[in-house]
Design a protein. Structure first.
Length: 367
């Protein structure tokens, strides 16, 4: 993607960043429209936080160009670098970064005070934002007296109070317990929708990315592996890395034996002398005769009563009741299939099990 894309409010073009000899970000490009919520997702060291800090101006870059609206934030080739304080960016950090000696209202008001707003306008805007994040009743409390979730809401209120051009989130929920994280990710998305500020969210948590994002960029080793909406990323991963990183998948070596039409074909899988051909979808670029990886989500593997064409027969080695579903394992040769079954009709440990696969939800991806 080039910097000439007029539809992109934020544009990152061929971004390169080194730390010593280590190339942390390797020529990535992306753009997002105004008001969108984009998540950079990947493990530690993939370059997602470095990309975020480069957009914020907290890192200088070694190559590429970053633009927001009509303003070029940084471009080494053009000799341009806009200091962080002039970029009109709101940031929400993992550590909350609130001032312990100030009340919640004082914390939130601070960005407006340094912009020299009128006192009456500050008070009105702070009251408006505290209502939005549900902290009106805590306005006069010291910020340190709040719970972790409330402190993160105060941090968010401070970030959005000046209505910045861009909102950046650096793993803001990672310090919260699981239940609170689940509540806060829905709350953050609701607030972002209401204020309409273009947002970039960095996380290693796939659940956060799937719940909150308009689009997701999956990163690895400083590069973009895949970009798409949450449903696309989950149901149509482009390679083994994305299949394995997003959700849970059965991943098995396979051989493409037929391409019937673009995007559709058959693969062959084998274990202990048993060979089965399965109809499937093919990711772009995979041709007949090539090695591939079969990727099937556990909820798309069906335990059936009878064997037939395109079914595998194995033994159930585990069936764990988890309330709304049963988590099963079915061994086929040396491979163990993960299978999600309904509590009223599921295999029992030791049962002989026939597994059926729907072509629509069976995918052959690049190794």
């Amino acid at each position: 993607m080039t910097s000439e894309n007029a539809d992109s409010y934020l544009e990152v073009d061929n971004l390169v960043k080194y730390f010593g000899d280590d190339k942390a970000v390797d020529g990535i490009s992306f753009g997002i429209p105004k008001g969108a919520f984009l998540t950079l997702l990947g493990p530690s060291g993939c370059g997602k936080t470095t990309t975020l800090m480069s957009i914020a101006g907290l890192h200088t870059i070694d190559g590429g160009r970053i633009r927001v609206g009509e303003t070029v934030f940084t471009s080494p080739k053009e000799g341009l670098f806009l200091p962080p304080e002039k970029r009109d960016i709101g940031m929400v950090f993992q550590s909350y970064a609130i001032w312990p000696h100030m009340t919640v209202a004082q914390n939130v008001a601070y960005p407006l005070e340094i912009r020299e707003w009128q006192r009456s306008d500050i008070d009105d805007r702070v009251a408006e934002v505290l209502k939005l994040v549900g902290l009106t009743d805590w306005a006069d409390s010291l910020a340190t007296n709040l719970s972790g979730g409330q402190q993160q809401r105060a941090s968010l209120a401070r970030a959005i109070v000046s209505n910045p051009s861009l909102l950046l989130f650096d793993e803001p929920l990672s310090n919260l317990d699981l239940k609170l994280r689940e509540q806060m990710r829905v709350e953050l998305k609701r607030i972002q929708n209401e204020v309409g500020i273009t947002s970039i969210y960095v996380t290693h948590d796939q659940s956060e990315a799937l719940v909150m994002s308009d689009e997701i960029i999956v990163m690895s080793k400083g590069k973009i592996e895949q970009r798409g909406g949450p449903v696309e990323i989950y149901s149509s991963p482009v390679n083994e890395y994305v299949s394995n990183f997003i959700g849970i998948a059965n991943l098995m070596k396979a051989k493409v034996v037929e391409v019937s039409e673009p995007g559709l074909g058959k693969v062959e899988v084998a274990q202990d002398g048993q060979t089965v051909r399965l109809p499937c979808r093919l990711t772009p670029g995979i041709a007949a005769g090539e090695d591939a990886v079969l990727s099937v989500r556990p909820e798309n593997v069906h335990a059936v009563d009878e064997s037939g064409e395109g079914t595998l027969t194995g033994e159930c080695t585990q069936a764990i009741f988890l309330g709304s579903y049963v988590d099963c394992r079915v061994r086929w040769g040396d491979f163990e299939w993960k299978v999600i079954s309904h509590p009223r009709n599921h295999p029992r440990t030791g049962d002989k099990v026939h597994l059926r696969f729907d072509a629509e939800h069976t995918l052959a991806v690049q190794p």
